[in-house]
Design a protein around this ligand. Structure first.
Ligand SMILES: Nc1ncnc2c1ncn2[C@@H]1O[C@H](COP(=O)(O)OP(=O)(O)OP(=O)(O)O)[C@@H](O)[C@H]1O
Ligand SMILES: [Mg+2]
Length: 317
């Protein structure tokens, strides 16, 4: 079992009457990419701020690399990097100077600074703009510079709050590849807040889903899909002209389906209760002499988990 890079126990933070984070307990393992998901206002950024010692908790405990972010702040910040939602860059300075100032703050060895800064600027596609003032940068360029700054001192634990927001698809892809590489090759721990569920599914070893400050689900994307996705879309392609006959044949199986079958691209799409429904439906179709060319279930995704959790909540309330 790997050691925990981050341990959070019964963490609570209120703002006035509002509970932004409510009794949160999680452990993030060393070398793991941990996704932190949830709707706007779910408590993600508040948690990241507490994990970084920027905000005090009302109750509960936090250990990052074995240290308390409030009492061991400077020692911890030397070993962690954080990309906040609104990273404050020095707009009147150049990209290079922004990094050099930061390097000074983090005591990056002087002989290594220039090379490290150049490499990061190159990696983030800012080589040619390195000596321009940041105020002339586009949103995506600023985001890339903020990411470079986060990684400057080679942190062991990296907190990324929406790292790909504002990035074009190519830059977003590069950042995601970098995140995987940091974890897999370098053993870094990445705590990633994101609304991008497709990215989260690809990148994260485990994800946690927050709702109104509470943890509602945690696990690997695969486990969560198995646990929460109770409906599956299946597309059926019949021989030409057999669609209506297929609908009739399927009528007795209404307990295995949700709602009515839909016509999509000349095919039928059914929402069914799970994989187990597929052979039964196929049986019905075959018994009724429907010629089936294709029956393909849509692979459920983390997005389906997210919506299943949301639906669950709606029905409970
Ligand atoms: N400084 C603050 N003062 C008062 N309320 C706050 C403060 N910071 C956050 N909140 C409230 O706490 C709750 C959680 O906010 P938080 O920023 O953690 O959400 P989030 O999950 O990061 O959302 P988003 O996806 O929009 O970034 C929200 O209701 C927000 O209004
Ligand atoms: Mg946020």
């Amino acid at each position: 079992m790997k050691s925990a890079a981050i341990t959070v126990k019964n963490l609570t933070r209120r703002f006035g009457d509002k509970i932004a984070v409510n009794d949160l307990s999680i452990e993030v393992e060393t070398g793991e990419v941990f996704g932190f998901l949830g709707h706007n206002g779910a408590g993600k950024t508040t948690t990241v701020r507490m994990l970084n010692g920027v905000l005090e908790a009302n109750s509960g405990s936090i250990h990052v690399l074995g240290m308390d972010p409030i009492t061991d702040g400077p020692a911890l910040r030397a070993r962690t990097g954080v990309l906040t939602e609104t990273a404050a860059l020095e707009l009147r300075l150049t990209a290079r100077d922004n990094l050099l100032i930061y390097a000074d703050l983090f005591s990056v060895p002087r002989d290594k600074v220039q090379t490290r800064v150049r490499e990061l600027l190159e990696f983030f596609g800012l080589g040619e703009s390195a000596d321009q003032r940041v105020e002339t940068f586009s949103t995506g360029m600023r985001q890339r510079l903020s990411l470079a700054r986060t990684l400057l001192h080679n942190p062991e634990v990296i907190f990324l709050d929406e790292p790909t927001s504002g990035l074009d698809p190519v830059a977003a892809h590069q950042v995601n590849a970098l995140i995987s590489n940091l974890a897999e090759e370098k053993g870094r721990t990445v705590f990633l807040c994101t609304h991008n569920l497709v990215e989260a599914q690809k990148l994260c070893d485990r994800v946690a889903v927050m709702e109104h400050g509470r943890l509602v689900a945690i696990g690997t994307p695969t486990d969560l899909i198995q646990q929460y996705v109770r409906r599956l879309d299946v597309e059926i392609e019949t021989a030409p002209g057999q669609m209506d006959a297929a609908l009739q044949a399927l009528a007795p199986a209404s307990s295995l389906t949700f709602g009515l079958p839909r016509h999509t691209n000349g095919n039928l799409t059914l929402t069914v209760t799970g994989r187990e429904a597929i052979p039964e439906l196929l049986n019905l179709l075959v018994q009724n002499h429907i010629r089936i060319y294709r029956m393909s279930p849509h692979q459920p995704t983390l997005e389906d988990v997210y919506f299943a959790l949301h639906d669950e909540k709606e029905t409970v309330q």
